[in-house]
Design a protein around this ligand. Structure first.
Ligand SMILES: Cc1cc2nc3c(=O)[nH]c(=O)nc-3n(C[C@H](O)[C@H](O)[C@H](O)COP(=O)(O)OP(=O)(O)OC[C@H]3O[C@@H](n4cnc5c(N)ncnc54)[C@H](O)[C@@H]3O)c2cc1C
Length: 561
């Protein structure tokens, strides 16, 4: 088979179309009608990714007594104080303006108080009522309005059901665009661009049970890593306590409304015991999200789960007025969000000239754990910043040199499985997911993490011998092969980074190091050097606040959606 390779040129290339990608596209396009903007999205525009799944809402400070300082300190306390404080400050300062822009410029309409002001609800881990929402369909409101706006811009083109498969660098090491695969036709497209944005939304889909959108495979992080970008805090994966358990269904892991727990639902193990009595008798089911998720995981792994490997959330005692259906629901912890990712500065610049990143592909904003409501704020705030910065960056800048040097080699590697037969792709996928869930999940230790890292590496190697049936057009097995090769890379980086953090902090819990370290705060960095993953730590720059000054303890912070 001879692969078809097309070519297009654009000024600004945006890889991914969640909150970050769409805000970036609008900001870049509105900067100047002369700029051409190309958005590449793995799914359908406005329908793919996690921003659409946002239920809880959007954090922004609108009125006193709330304050930017309070939002800033809440975010650092939630993040175990390893956040990049300059990124956090940018988030809290810019979020109010972005909310007003979403309403007045793009047409979103959030819920109102009786006086007509934007309604802000209390959300876990926050000292003030700060969370803006549209009922519990906040993400759908934001994504529908943003995608309508993108479709109206004549200088933006969207390449739907197309996926970025590699970043292209020119001879001087500058980003020159990306190699894209059109999933529908199987044709490759070399997209040459003067500025490129990674906004592919991370996505911890290398775990057995996940809440996030299935189109994500940590592609952006894998592409950035292969291009040589440093990553930070890859060990920080957020787990949510109440994902649905439905045997043999893709719905397993989907988030169950957390309000059931808040409203007084009881968590019971397979023996009917309210096991939270053993883990947090004072707060029981209303304990913090990381603690409840870990307790449920331990009940199952120690043999006290349901036959399907979950626990029960029992709401029968609350009565039909409180819950529509008064029978127990089977639930379990689910993998929700990646706090770690590409290292960026406050202008979304990466270490590679011409390459920018925003949203869940980046690390630093949330530190060791994300506050509910800060995810969609992060993606829309930094997406908008990236759009403005990229538009300025390309002005008067000559096109990068030809970045096609490695295209033939990459295309050959990616199309090789179409020429092979044999191997067990889905067996390897299952093995990776189980290894990550068991060894690099809610409860970790050194030996398990080493096993997870070795398993991920071996699976990456074995994929090189696995074939897939069929041709290149709309071949979902081939897409899964590409997904798994990226997931195995990122899985290894998660396990390797977790090994380097010999303490428990935020979402990262090691039972061989169950307490936070008393050493100075640090972040874990990882970068590809000569084909190997180099891992090191760097002290956290406490540029604006210190934990002692704030007097808060991160493990006491409850996190929302
Ligand atoms: C169930 C759920 C509920 C949540 N609720 C909340 C909440 O209430 N409040 C909150 O603040 N946060 C919430 N979050 C987190 C929030 O969704 C994320 O923080 C944020 O939306 C991520 O935005 P993003 O633009 O970075 O990525 P996404 O919105 O996930 O978008 C990623 C985009 O990249 C595309 N893509 C992926 N790979 C490729 C590729 N190779 N090439 C091209 N395109 C690609 C995808 O198709 C998608 O368009 C929730 C998350 C989940 C999973």
């Amino acid at each position: 088979m001879r692969p078809v390779i097309d070519a297009i040129e654009t000024d600004v290339l945006i890889l991914g179309a969640g909150g970050a990608g769409l805000c970036a596209a609008l900001h870049a396009a509105d900067h100047s009608p002369n700029l051409s903007v190309t958005v590449v999205v793995k799914g359908l525009l406005g329908r793919a990714g996690c921003t659409r799944m946002v239920q809880g809402g959007y954090n922004a400070v609108l009125t006193a007594p709330d304050s930017l300082d309070a939002h800033f300190l809440d975010t650092l306390a939630g993040g175990g104080w390893i956040n990049d404080q300059e990124l956090v400050w940018t988030l809290v300062v810019e979020a109010p303006g972005r909310v007003l822009e979403l309403e007045s410029r793009y047409g979103c309409l959030f819920d109102r108080t009786e006086e007509g002001r934007i309604h802000q609800k209390p959300f876990a881990g926050q000292t003030h009522d700060r969370t803006i929402h549209k009922g519990d369909l906040t993400g759908i409101e934001i994504m529908n309005r943003l995608s309508e706006q993108v479709l109206r811009r004549e200088n933006v083109q969207a390449l739907e059901e197309c996926r970025a498969v590699e970043l292209l660098l020119d001879g001087a090491g500058r980003c020159a665009g990306a190699l894209v695969l059109d999933v529908r036709t199987g044709r490759f497209v070399v997209v040459t661009a003067r500025a490129t944005l990674l906004a592919m939304g991370g996505g911890p889909t290398m775990y057995k049970v996940v809440a996030c959108s299935a189109d994500k495979a940590a592609d952006g992080i894998a592409l950035g890593y292969r291009a040589g970008l440093p990553l930070r805090d890859m060990e920080m994966i957020q787990f949510h306590p109440t994902g649905l358990v439905i045997p043999d269904s893709l719905m397993t892991g989907a988030l169950l409304e957390e309000g059931l727990r808040g409203a007084g639902g009881h968590l019971r193990n397979g023996r009917g015991e309210r096991y939270m009595e053993r883990y947090d008798p004072a707060r029981m089911e209303r304990s913090t999200r990381d603690l409840v998720a870990r307790a449920s995981f331990l009940e199952v792994t120690e043999g006290r789960g349901t036959p399907n490997g979950g626990v029960w959330i029992d709401v029968s005692h609350l009565g039909a007025e409180v819950v529509e259906r008064n029978w127990p629901v089977e639930v379990g912890p689910t993998t929700h969000f990646m706090m770690g990712g590409v290292v960026v500065d406050t202008a979304c610049r990466t270490a590679i000239e011409g390459l920018f990143a925003a949203g869940e592909d980046t690390g630093g904003v949330h530190g060791a754990n994300r506050l509910g409501g800060n995810g969609v704020a992060e993606s829309t705030v930094f997406g908008g910043i990236a759009g403005d910065v990229m538009a300025d960056f390309v002005a008067g800048r000559t096109a990068p040199h030809d970045g096609r040097g490695r295209v033939a080699e990459v295309v050959e590697r990616l199309t090789a499985p179409l020429e092979r037969r044999g191997g067990d792709l889905y067996g390897l996928q299952r093995e990776l997911r189980e290894a990550m869930w068991e060894r690099a999940g809610l409860v970790r230790d050194g030996e398990g993490l080493r096993t997870a890292a070795a398993t991920a590496e071996r699976i990456g190697d074995e994929l090189g011998r696995v074939g897939v049936r069929g041709g290149p057009a709309f071949n979902l097995a081939w897409q899964d092969w590409i997904n798994l090769s990226n997931q195995s890379i990122v899985a290894r980086l998660i396990a390797t980074s977790a090994l380097a953090r010999a303490e428990s902090r935020g979402a990262h819990y090691r039972n061989d190091h169950p307490a936070p370290s008393t050493a100075p705060l640090y972040t874990v960095r990882v970068q590809s050097r000569a084909g190997e993953a180099a891992v090191w730590t760097e002290p956290v720059a406490l540029t604006r606040a210190t934990p002692a000054g704030a007097g808060r303890v991160s493990s006491m912070v409850e996190l929302g959606d």
